[in-house]
Ligand binder design. Structure first.
Ligand code: NAP
Ligand code: GCO
Length: 276
C-alpha cells in the first residue's frame, strides 16, 4: 500500500545533495554540458565527461580544475557502441558505478529541408537521438543492479516546435522526448527516473552563428527575434540550467518521471508580441 500517511518531517534539504554519486555527462568540456556537470559537482557528485575532440577534452579537464572540480575526461564518440561500452567501463573502473547519466552531447545542421541530404539528416539523428539510446542502454544494467538511477536527456524547444532549416534536429529532439517517456515507462519499477531538460535559446558555441553582429554593426535579426519571443527578453545562459539539473539528478525528484522541464524564459508559454 502506498505511503499515504508519509511523515513530512522526514523531508530534508539534504535530498537535493548528490554526495558520493557518480555522474557521467556526455559532451561536457564546455557549453551546457560543462555547466550541468559543474552544478552536479557543486552538489557533491563525482564527475566523468566525454567529448570527441582530445584537445577540447584536455581543455575541459583544466576548466573543471579551475572550478576546483577533479573531473575525469574521456575521448569517446557517443554514436559508436564499442566506444560507449569502453567509456562506461572506464568510468566504472575509475569512479565506480554510474548513478546519474546526462545525455547532453548534440549537434545541429541548419539546412533548409529541400537542400538537406539524407546523410546529413542521419548524422544529426545519430548524435541527438540514437546516441542517448546507446549510452542509456550501456548504463541501465548497472542502475538496475544498484536499484536506482537518474537519466537526464537534453531536449530542446524543437522537441515541441518546428522552424525553417532544423528538420533533422527537430525530428531527433522530438524523438528524444518520447525516448525519455519510454525509459521512464520501462524502468520506473527499478527506481530509475528518466526526465529531460528542454533549454530555451542558450548562448553557447552551438548558437553563436545566430548571435553574430552584422557587418553594419547591428544585432543579428535572429538574436532580436529570440529576445522578442522570450518573455524574459534575453537569451539564456548555461547557468540558467544548473538548478534544474541538480533537482532532476537528486532524490528530491524521485517521484518525477518521464517529464520534460522546459527552462526557456517562458518561450513556450508565449503567443508572441501583439502588433503595435
Ligand atoms: P555545443 O556548445 O555545440 O557542445 C556540444 C558538445 O557535444 C561538445 O562538447 C561536443 O564535443 C559534443 N559532441 C558532439 N558530438 C559528439 C559525439 N558524437 N560524441 C561525443 N561528444 C559529442 O552545444 P551546447 O549548446 O552546449 O548544447 C548541448 C546540448 O544542449 C545539445 O544536445 C544541444 O542540442 C542542446 N541544446 C542546446 C541549446 C542552445 O540554445 N545552445 C538549446 C536547447 C538544447 P566536441 O567539442 O569534442 O565536438
Ligand atoms: C536553432 C537553435 C535551437 C537551439 C535550441 C532551442 O537553430 O533554432 O540552434 O534549435 O539550439 O535547441 O531550444
Amino acid at each position: 500500500m502506498a505511503e499515504q500517511y508519509a511523515d513530512p518531517s522526514t523531508f530534508s534539504m539534504d535530498s537535493f545533495r548528490l554526495d558520493g554519486k557518480v555522474a557521467l555527462v556526455t559532451g561536457a568540456s564546455y557549453g551546457i554540458g560543462f555547466a550541468i556537470a559543474t552544478a552536479l559537482a557543486k552538489a557533491g557528485a563525482k564527475i566523468a565527461f566525454n567529448d570527441l575532440n582530445p584537445e577540447k577534452n584536455e581543455m575541459g579537464v583544466k576548466a573543471y580544475a579551475n572550478e576546483g572540480i577533479d573531473a575525469r575526461g574521456y575521448v569517446a564518440d557517443v554514436t559508436k557502441i564499442d566506444q560507449v561500452e569502453q567509456l562506461v567501463k572506464s568510468v566504472e573502473r575509475d569512479l565506480g558505478p554510474i548513478d546519474i547519466l546526462v545525455n547532453n552531447a548534440g549537434i545541429i545542421k541548419r539546412i533548409p529541408m529541400l537542400d538537406m541530404s539524407a546523410e546529413d539528416f542521419r548524422a544529426v539523428v545519430d548524435v541527438d537521438l540514437n546516441a542517448p539510446f546507446i549510452v542509456s542502454k550501456a548504463v541501465l544494467p548497472g542502475m538496475i543492479e544498484k536499484g536506482h538511477g537518474k537519466i537526464i536527456n537534453i531536449c530542446s524547444m524543437m522537441s515541441e516546435l518546428g522552424r525553417e532549416t532544423v528538420s533533422a534536429y527537430a525530428a531527433a529532439k522530438g524523438g528524444l522526448k518520447m525516448l525519455t517517456k519510454n525509459i521512464c515507462s520501462e524502468f520506473g519499477e527499478h527506481n530509475i527516473q528518466c526526465n529531460a531538460i528542454g533549454p530555451g535559446y542558450i548562448a553557447t558555441p552551438q548558437t553563436a552563428p545566430l548571435r553574430e553582429t552584422q557587418p553594419d554593426g547591428s544585432r543579428h535579426p535572429f538574436d532580436q527575434f529570440i529576445c522578442a519571443k522570450t518573455p524574459a527578453a534575453r537569451w539564456g545562459t548555461p547557468v540558467d540550467l544548473m538548478g534544474t539539473a541538480v533537482f532532476l539528478a537528486s532524490d528530491a525528484s524521485n517521484f518525477v518521471n518521464g517529464q520534460v522541464v522546459y527552462v526557456d524564459g517562458g518561450i513556450l508559454a508565449y503567443l508572441g508580441k501583439q502588433p503595435a
